[in-house]
Design a protein around this ligand. Structure first.
Ligand SMILES: Nc1nc2c(c(=O)[nH]1)N[C@H]1C(S)=C(S)[C@@H](COP(=O)(O)OP(=O)(O)OC[C@H]3O[C@@H](n4cnc5c(N)ncnc54)[C@H](O)[C@@H]3O)O[C@H]1N2
Ligand code: MOO
Length: 402
């Protein structure tokens, strides 16, 4: 059996970014991946300015009974006059600091009457001033190529006046399910049939990572149906995912279909539970990853083994999200002596305590209800007995499926 961490690294390296990039308007950039470093073209803030509604003074002019005539009212967006000695300039949050002023007194700490200011609270020198370039410096790198663009990155890009960014072309993922027992949701079920959940699940998982789903196909268990499906998948996709039908059963037609398209499939038995059977092939440059048919197994394999490959092919700088730690709320046993168990767990946080991990009662790979309940996967070594309170690596789904 292939070691889980080795399998994760080998799969992550099974594909590369296509090199195709495109220009994307900022309002459509959320979820895209930067293709180039972003260098600041302006200092931010671009000038010293006030952090409060108040008055600009020269600190040296202040004394408990000073009376400072108001020289100018300077709103944000106006150019202030140089501050004359012994005077003050009325400012608002974001107003440019006048030349000669070094301190802002907030309006709650003073009173203005008949155009003269009296300050009741001793100011601190330099108070409430935001300095030019204290946030970003012209010429400095503000974002790196490979960054996933979210609201924070969009804020930074907009603040630099950037309206359009160069991003990696969206990764196109094609999905194939197989199995004659499967029926599409929306149809009625005959005896011995079940609904096809893997196709919808894998599409949603790929979209959740920011990939574009090029097609979701279901092939009958015949060579012709699979051949036609692979033709379409390969024409439309950068990465192909299949679910089911590649382990040890007798009706395994996925492997010959891949071989018929010039791929060589290496079937791995990865030492993970759920999710042992995983296969990888390349048809031309296109990686094809075959996931187990059990939906929970396919979900776990996607999360832990396929998501790093997708991030890598998207051109992202971080392909392995953080693995955190938690402690089990109850005693846990992994009865399998050979496979690492990735248990569906819910994490909860209480003040001053380590993250508590509660395992779903039913850990079988057929139990899909565990997926909506879980916040992550906890890793338990083969054969390990973990008394309540013992620490385990925790893979948060919020990070691993993003
Ligand atoms: N004799 C052995 N049997 C099995 C082994 C083994 O080592 N020896 N491994 C087990 C493990 S672990 C898994 S996981 C499964 C994987 O089987 P396959 O990947 O070949 O998948 P199938 O046999 O086609 O299906 C398994 C299961 O999942 C259901 N399924 C398949 N596709 C879908 C779908 N799109 N939506 C919903 N459910 C789906 C299918 O009906 C089966 O119940 O093999 C074990 N057996
Ligand atoms: O590994 Mo299978 O995925 O246990 O059900």
């Amino acid at each position: 059996m292939l070691d889980f961490d080795t399998a994760q690294q080998q799969l992550a390296a099974a594909g590369a970014p296509s090199g195709r990039t495109e220009h994307c308007p900022l309002h459509q950039a959320r979820g895209r991946v930067l293709a180039r470093d972003i260098i600041a073209s302006i200092d931010l803030p671009p000038h010293d300015n006030s952090a409060m509604d108040g008055y600009a003074i020269r600190f040296a002019d202040w004394s408990p009974d000073a009376r400072l005539p108001v020289q100018q009212r300077c709103f944000a967006g106006m150019q202030p006059e140089p501050l004359q000695p012994g005077k003050t300039i009325r400012l608002f949050t974001g107003s440019v600091m006048p030349e000669g002023a070094d301190t802002v007194v907030m309006q709650e700490d003073c009173t203005e009457a008949d155009g003269v200011l009296q300050i009741h609270q001793a100011p601190a020198k330099g108070a409430h001033v935001r300095y030019r370039g204290e946030d970003m410096h012209s010429g400095g790198k503000v974002l790196s190529a490979g960054t996933l663009i979210g609201p924070a990155e969009i804020t930074v890009l907009a603040s630099q006046g950037i309206a359009e960014v160069e991003v990696h072309a969206r990764l196109r993922v094609g999905i194939l399910t197989t199995g004659d027992e499967l029926v599409m949701p929306g149809n009625s079920l005959a005896p011995s049939q079940i609904y096809n959940s893997n196709g919808f699940m894998l599409a949603a998982l790929a979209q959740g990572l920011g990939a574009e789903v090029s097609c979701v196909l279901h092939a009958e268990d015949t060579a012709e149906s699979l051949d036609a499906a692979f033709r379409q998948l390969l024409a439309e996709s950068d990465l192909v995912l299949t679910a089911g039908g590649v382990s040890v059963g007798e009706k395994d037609l996925v492997k010959p279909a891949i071989e018929a398209h010039g791929g060589t499939l290496s079937l791995w038995r990865v030492n993970m539970k759920p999710g042992k059977p995983v296969a990888l092939a390349h048809i031309g440059k296109t990686p094809v990853v075959c996931l187990p048919g059990n939906p929970v197994s396919a979900y776990s394999v996607f999360t832990l083994l396929v998501s790093p490959l997708i991030r890598n092919m998207q051109g992202r700088g971080i392909i392995y999200p953080q693995v955190q730690w938690g402690v089990f709320a109850k005693d846990i046993v992994n009865k399998d002596p050979n496979r690492i168990e990735f248990m569906r767990v819910q994490a909860s946080l209480k003040q001053g305590q380590p993250v508590q991990l509660s395992a779903y009662a039913q850990q079988s790979s057929g139990v899909m209800s565990s997926l909506t309940w879980a916040t992550g996967l906890a890793r338990v070594a083969p054969g390990a007995s973990m008394p309540a309170g013992s620490a385990a690596p925790y893979y948060p789904l919020a990070l691993w499926l993003a």
